[in-house]
Design a protein around this ligand. Structure first.
Ligand code: ADP
Ligand code: MG
Length: 278
């Protein structure tokens, strides 16, 4: 049996009847008892007949740090859009854990279920301090029953301080976010995502525009987040991908061209032809 068939069986998809899986009920508890946090099965997305994704298959383990690479137009961002509910697939299924059918949920429901996404352009509150940005992120988390006007308790302050340390902004806690460097703004937005305690983090080109030093620090941050979180990172920067050290999936024309550790995919002749040999 292929890995894909094993996975299908694990999450309960009858290989002969892929579209019938899933209970009619909407949001359910995240079930990761089979160690798979994300499972895309034969996802196809067409834009005016053009297949941005073409039978894409992907399985991410709990706590895994996965890199997605591939040429421009390969479908990387579209894949993120499908996972977060921004784009609906024409065909195929997308599961968060074993039971949550992402194709049936709205974008807010998916965020609420525990999938956080970082876009390329940071969406931080420039006039507010780094600390306040994390505070606001925590309070807009619908799972935390706290109004924006509620006072922070000690546990909240500790959590914010801990997150500031993690994203290396503890010394910048009281600076307006607008005054931070480009890299620091990116980290702040990652911190804002972390305040919502996502299980799965999606990061689309997170080190674009960063200095080499910031890029390496970001890699360290992601490596430290793996385990507690699962991460799917789209990136072109090979030094960064190498430092992350996880499995690499190469997308090309909307499907998986190769998958393995970086050295393996870098030596794959098909990958060299379509991507690395430019
Ligand atoms: P990547 O992120 O790998 O560079 P994208 O997922 O952004 O690739 O795009 C994949 C392909 O789908 C590209 O050819 C792109 O032009 C096309 N595409 C993406 N979004 C849309 C859309 N909303 N409408 C039409 N075509 C789109
Ligand atoms: Mg993209």
């Amino acid at each position: 049996m292929s890995t894909r068939d094993v996975l299908r069986r694990i999450i309960g998809i009858d290989p002969n009847e892929p579209s019938k899986f899933g209970h009619p009920g909407k949001s359910r508890e995240l079930d990761i008892s089979h160690n798979v946090i994300l499972y895309l099965d034969d996802i196809t997305v067409s834009f005016d007949g053009f297949k941005a994704l073409n039978k894409l298959n992907l399985a991410i383990d709990v706590g895994e740090l996965r890199c997605i690479i591939g040429p421009n137009g390969a479908g990387k961002t579209t894949m993120m859009d499908v996972i977060t509910g921004k784009t609906r697939p024409d065909k195929g299924s997308a599961f968060f854990g074993q039971t949550i059918d992402l194709t049936r949920l709205t974008e807010p429901e998916i965020a609420h279920a525990g999938i956080g996404r970082k876009f390329q352009k940071p969406t931080i509150f420039e006039q507010h301090t780094a600390f306040e940005n994390l505070e606001l992120a925590m309070k807009t988390d619908k799972r935390v029953r706290k109004s924006v006007l509620a006072r922070l308790d000690d546990a909240d302050r500790d959590r914010i301080a801990e997150t500031l340390r993690l994203i290396r902004l503890d010394r910048e806690a009281d600076r307006p976010a607008g005054l931070l460097s480009h890299g620091q703004k990116q980290w702040l937005e990652i911190g804002m995502l972390l305040m919502q305690e996502p299980k799965l983090l999606l990061l689309d080109e997170p080190v674009a525009g960063m200095t080499d030093d910031e890029t390496m620090r970001t890699a360290e941050l992601f490596v430290s987040l793996a385990g507690q979180h699962s991460l799917v990172v789209v990136e072109h920067d090979m030094a960064f991908v190498e430092k992350l050290g996880g499995l690499v999936t190469v997308l090309h024309e909307g499907s998986v061209l190769a998958e393995g550790d970086l050295a393996t995919v870098q030596n794959d002749q098909r990958v060299i032809e379509v991507y690395l040999g430019r």
